[in-house]
Design a protein around this ligand. Sequence first.
Ligand SMILES: Cc1cc2nc3c(=O)[nH]c(=O)nc-3n(C[C@H](O)[C@H](O)[C@H](O)COP(=O)(O)OP(=O)(O)OC[C@H]3O[C@@H](n4cnc5c(N)ncnc54)[C@H](O)[C@@H]3O)c2cc1C
Length: 474
Amino acid sequence: MAEYTKITPELAEELKAFVGPGRFFYAEEVPDDYSRDEMPIYGTHFPEAVFEVESTEEVAAIMKYCNEHKIPVTPRGAGSGLVGGAVPLCGGVVICTTRMNKIINYDMNNLCVDVQVGVRLCDLAADALSHGLMYPPDPGEKTATVGGNVSTNAGGMRAVKYGVTRDYVLSMTVVLPSGEIMKLGRSVCKTSSGYSLLHLICGSEGTLAMITELTLKLIPAPECDVSLILPFADLETAISAVPAIKLANLDPQSIEFMDADIVASSVAYTGTSVFPTEVDGDEVGACLLVTLVAGSEDELDMRMEKFAEAAEEFGCMDILVVDTPSLKKDVWAARSSFLTAIEADTKWLDEMDVVVPVDQIAEFLGFVRETGAAQGLNIRNFGHAGDGNLHIYCCSNTMEEAEFLEKNKIVMDLCYARCQEIGGQVSGEHAIGHAKKQYLLDSVGETGVALMAGIKKVFDPNMILNPGKVCTNI
Ligand SMILES: Cc1cc2nc3c(=O)[nH]c(=O)nc-3n(C[C@H](O)[C@H](O)[C@H](O)COP(=O)(O)OP(=O)(O)OC[C@H]3O[C@@H](n4cnc5c(N)ncnc54)[C@H](O)[C@@H]3O)c2cc1C
């Protein structure tokens, strides 16, 4: 176990000199937000000091100093993570990147963009569109930083067609725990040049190096798109339609699912009702939200026709076309509100972000619901049906904290074990942090975790970077 140095007022005076005025916070000046992410149920831990950095050189100087003095360093973007990844378990310093928010340069010939790591996903997406380009990764929390997205290998709504964040990272500048600055990868379309350190850093959750700049791949923005809402009698029928939708050869950009209960929470939260609750007097139990894209209106019409023809097999009650800009905005705003809507009407909540084979989704969700009910927990779910990534929430409004934690653990243990049995993985996109470490160990085994810990040790022999996360204990 590593021994760390506490930041005394004398050390704090030295640290303060690494950044300009107003960008260093020490002791009681540290704002509360830096003690947690979006899942405070996993515990709050205050850093001793916080830096709001503006350049790679500042990060390098801080890291070198902390390595020499054995002070823990936790990288942080927007703090929107859901597994406690940016929470400084051992105190030390947090390096926050949100001021490193510049979009540096577009390379229109090689279809890529250089950015500082703290640029927000929503700002990059909008700016790329103004250049006629699309940054395909589209995780739900648009105010997350792209650095946080790369560090968690975030997925999102469009992963079913375009893949995940890692697939769009061409190169990056990183600062190693020693303070050395390195460039990994190049702006090329392919490479077979030794172990891919670039891809290793993607998804490493700030445990191997701190990313400061990124070159990200872009694609020409699709000319047109349409979203289709498919209401179903129940969730099982909705989920069962997914393989058929994929086999229809229409390459949907997204296939999201939501049950009636989540839709009701979203209506209560947003005040906007966009998903149907009944069709011809029959109650809707769940919906799929499918998006098709095309290079022209004619091509899109053809795709929609083909979709409608294939729909007989899907078992849906209707197909509602979401084609006007304001309707699209409302529908996707409602979809993006689901987690916040659940949080708004739930006292205690924990989350699973498992990914399972697509043909196992319905069976797995049934298992989770039964397991939750047996412990008196309310199970709520939505997610990315097209790629089997499920966001499942164990909730209670009636239990006291201790009872909730006990029952929740029983449900989580059983469900992660079941996920493993059916060929799933612990996390599809939210990552491991410190909250899901036990389930990672159960899933990849001691040898798997030992290999990860060995890699960590090579990058970070003093164990200063984000200790206690993914594969290390404190
Ligand atoms: C409402 C809501 C919806 C969400 N929807 C999705 C979704 O659809 N898909 C999805 O994948 N996630 C989703 N998330 C989770 C979250 O937004 C992502 O995990 C996101 O990638 C975190 O980015 P961040 O900037 O907030 O990072 P943080 O939470 O600050 O950090 C996350 C991890 O990355 C590390 N890190 C951050 N910056 C750096 C850096 N520069 N160098 C090295 N390590 C770094 C941190 O140490 C930490 O381990 C959602 C969250 C919320 C609240």
